[in-house]
Design a protein around this ligand. Structure first.
Ligand SMILES: CC(C)(COP(=O)(O)OP(=O)(O)OC[C@H]1O[C@@H](n2cnc3c(N)ncnc32)[C@H](O)[C@@H]1OP(=O)(O)O)[C@@H](O)C(=O)NCCC(=O)NCCS
Length: 145
């Protein structure tokens, strides 16, 4: 959270959030695998482990469908971390038996929309309003993914 600029936080949470509430912190850290999964990338920063990216999925109420979220610290963006992390998340979700992955992305977040398209997601309008797109991807192997 602290490695994200205000713009990145806005893109990730679609709201002006400066700190995570205790409820959000609990939700993000109590992982009920394989129902939910969070993958975290860390690096060694002078002997201190520093978190630089996180990708997660949570199961939706619709069977075999999950929702993703992704954030890469500003200093590490544009180096392929998000792409690689999403690829890994997709692999785990597929292994856990999910057949579809969805996620909401702000329409103005072109970088994320392009990234998701390069990962095989289809971008559609969403019922969250004109500022939000739905990125959706089949995880079935026979779909050519
Ligand atoms: C959007 C975000 C997740 C992207 O992560 P990133 O690590 O910067 O992205 P990457 O470096 O992996 O990908 C960037 C580009 O490389 C491409 N790319 C990277 N690795 C690749 C590979 N191995 N093969 C093909 N394409 C690749 C991506 O498609 C993308 O294309 P571009 O060059 O046209 O921009 C990051 O900017 C971020 O965290 N932003 C703030 C939070 C946010 O917006 N989260 C999404 C909420 S829905």
């Amino acid at each position: 959270m602290r490695g994200l600029s205000p713009e990145s936080r806005h893109n990730r949470f679609m709201a002006e959030i400066r700190e995570l509430s205790p409820e959000m912190l609990a939700r993000f850290t109590r992982i009920n695998y394989p129902h939910d999964l969070a993958l975290i990338v860390t690096c060694d920063n002078g002997g201190r482990e520093q978190e630089i990216a996180v990708a997660r999925y949570v199961a939706l109420s619709v069977p075999r469908q999950c929702e993703f979220a992704l954030a890469v610290a500003d200093g590490w963006q544009g180096r392929g971390v998000g792409y690689r992390l999403m690829q890994t998340l997709i692999g785990f979700a597929r292994e856990a038996g999910f057949e579809r992955m969805d996620g909401f992305v702000l329409a103005a977040n072109h970088k994320m929309l392009e990234l998701m398209q390069s990962l095989g997601f289809v971008i559609r309008p969403s019922d969250e309003g004109p500022q939000v797109r739905l990125a959706t991807r089949s995880l079935r192997v026979e779909s050519g993914a």
